[in-house]
Every structure is written in structure tokens, then in C-alpha cells.
Write a protein that binds this ligand. Sequence first.
Ligand code: ZN
Length: 149
Amino acid sequence: MAEKVQKSAEEWRKELSAEEFSVLREKGTEAAGSSEYDKFTPKPGEGHFVCRGCKNPLYSAAAKFQSGCGWPAFDMCYEGAVKTNVDNSFGMRRIEILCNRCDGHLGHGTRCTHSRLLCISCSLAVLLQCSRARDSARKVSHAATSGTA
Ligand SMILES: [Zn+2]
């Protein structure tokens, strides 16, 4: 597991755009359907999605799929890359997905069949990086088994 990244709000503000800061550090949400990665499906092996805040690799390109929910969705994550938190805000019980390295808010998850956890992320929180070598070298696991909640 990589070193934890801890920065003050001021430090994050300098590195992130206002929108990225809102999502990653203040748990903001982009409007459904506005995501730049929503309708975009990379080819398997094309790289991986990393945390916009600390560049922690989160999901391989192959894990992305069309969920139809309006945000990018992934059915697998790299082992230990994300963690989950039960979020009871707005009168709903949801599973929050966080970067396990910098605690940045990535989006929400929902459990579907086979008890897999689907990670629904904001594209402001994730960034596609093409890096085949690193992609194939990493272990992939179901998100549901890597969470700590
Ligand atoms: Zn991060």
C-alpha cells in the first residue's frame, strides 16, 4: 500500500480546480450526464483511472462499464485502492467511495447482484491515464472485498 497523502485544505486548493476541490474535498457531485467519462468506454488494457487528487491508480480501463446512471461506473477496483464509508446524509443510506490514499471523495457505490460493489465516480475525481505496464502489474479485486466498512 502506498504512503498516505495528507494535505491541508489550502494545499489542495492550490493543486485542484474549484470544481475538483468541490468534489474531492467537499464531497460535491456533478450533475448526472455531465461527466466527461460517462459515455466514454476505454478499451481494456488502455490504461487506468487514477485519483485526480493524488494520482493513486483506482480502476483499470477494463472495469469501466455503461451503467446508464449518468456517471462513470466501475465494477472492480485495484486492491486496496478505495475504501468505503456509510453515508447517511440526505435521509438516504448510501455507500461513499473514497480514495484510500488521500481520502478524496470519489462518488458513491451501490451493491448489485453477487454482492459486488459498483463504484459510481465523478469524472472530476478520476482521470484516465494510459499506462499499460503498470496496469497489468496490479492486482485487481472486487471493490466489495477491499472496503473497510
Ligand atoms: Zn487520492
